[in-house]
Design a protein around this ligand. Sequence first.
Ligand code: ATP
Length: 364
Amino acid sequence: MDSQKPSKKRIAVIPGDGIGQEVIPQALNVIRASGADVEISEFDWGADRYLRDGVTVPPDGFAMLGRDFDAILAGAFGDPRVKTNIHAKEILLGMRFKMDLYANVRPVRLLDAALCPLKGVEPKDVDFVVIRENTEGVYTDAGGVFKQGTPDEIAIQEDINTRKGVERIIRYAFEYCERHTKLDGSPRSRVLMCDKSNAMTHAGGLWQRVFKEVSGEYPQIATQHMYVDALCMQMVRDPRGFDVIVANNMFGDIITDLAAGLQGGLGMAASGNIHPGKTSMFEPVHGSAPPIAGKNVANPFGAILTAAMMLAHLGLAREAEKIDAAVLEAVRQKKTTQDVGGSLGTREAGEWVAKQVGRATVSS
Ligand code: ATP
């Protein structure tokens, strides 16, 4: 972190749309209960604001976030009333692209065997992290259509891979592997690159060459390669043995939804969008989930675990650990929403965790 910034951490919160507006308040209560020394400022960017005054991101919005805040906690974006989804693109992809948050970090941890759809899989068997490239690939939406609406229509979607972009995400994966341990305290030791270089030879060739080169700088870290299709099959046959996985934007997006399935579904998954040394953004992996929005049924644990990840990133490791432990306890005691086997609502599950964190804070 920048040593010039004051010690009280300043967090910008953008709950966004749908269930984002339900799960983020729960995450904020839990942060407060942890006693973390933070100052929270909320922003109303999202569909309601866009429909009201046409603003997706106010002028200077991204510069303001980078200048005035240490981290951003975002909910979810997407609303059926905004057919083009323009606001979601401008806010979420805007933060990722314009703030150059190139590393999308998605830890995949199974908190309880009951949450995993696979037979005989224990929490110790699912403890890996996916590092997804976040600023390039097909999600740049470069390309175009020609002769639209005619039988001769052509659609081109470009897959952008720069040497700089590929190198920095692969290096980030090795650095992450070097700096982090598994849940049981053992060191992380292997980086697996997943691609489709047998079919996509140009981009895949660049990823292959850079992976080989960068791995040479980390001789103590083992390397592995899998094609993305084989990796998906392996993930559901036997998730043991995965450690750090690095992938491009699209493959990372897809395999992390699959991986979220291993840990109990989208409601349990956390993520960070990181540029080391810059203001980074943290968000649950799930989207705005319109079908369940406003019903007090959304699982708030993905957002709460995301808050813990953000605090750890800000150097507030003790507070983050308390939150992680409280969520684990909630899962063990089935103080959860229905999607993961409990009977509580969003608010009730969030309040249970906040109370648990509060108790740990008082006794520490
Ligand atoms: P996006 O593309 O914006 O990431 P998506 O199309 O992947 O969104 P989500 O909005 O994440 O979809 O949700 C898909 C479905 O998953 C929801 O309709 C809901 O059934 C389930 N789901 C997602 N998040 C949660 C949650 N926090 N709690 C319970 N169920 C959830």
